[in-house]
Design a protein around this ligand. Sequence first.
Ligand code: C5P
Length: 230
Amino acid sequence: MPDDRLIIALDVPDAHAGLELATRIGDAGTFYKIGLGMLTGGGLALARELKDEHGKRIFLDMKLFDIGATVEAAVRGLARFDLDFLTVHGDPQVVAAARTGAGASGMRVLAVTILTSLDRADLDACLYRDGEIADLVTERAARAFAAGADGVIASPQEAATIRALPEARGKLIVTPGVRPAGSADGDQKRIATPAAAIAAGADHIVVGRPVWQATDPKAAAEAIIAELAG
Ligand code: C5P
């Protein structure tokens, strides 16, 4: 039984490999994330093909950041592609411009709070103000929602605190950093199982390597869906 709470990250180099993978996954994959790594490998063309010819939902992970007018123009252009989710950085003026660009298209603008690859020393180097990263993430989420974000990207550990924000009512929380029991962590540090991420308040989970690196990607996706159903 397909479950679109599972978003599979197609972190393969090009559209050809992405289509082959999606074909192998078949009905178990209903929602795919296409990111910057595939931008020069036909990522947008793959997004359209998966959407128009295979009926899949698409999360385009572009993490846009620029002056408002440029973000708005970029998002307005992308909104014509009939995509489902698009990421921008969570700075309020970027989010507001993206929201304007998305208009009534139905494309949801998701804000990246603080990249999970950054630690406190990195934030110091970027002149981020003092404080625990978890607190800053929650505050950035609240500000992104206030600026019009339809949702945020957050680690499973942050999902519960964000879900409790009054500003988060009716908003989406999408969590990467998800690992089914028994799969390798890779470089992910703040991880949770699919069921735990949903229990913490996530609407969707993003899973990459445990599916696309599996010997049988379809079986790997089906196992995650079974866990979500259980
Ligand atoms: O392979 P894995 O399941 O770790 O992939 C997770 C996906 O989510 C990757 O595409 C990665 O770039 C993305 N992502 C993440 N952590 C974030 C934001 C995005 O892992 N904070």
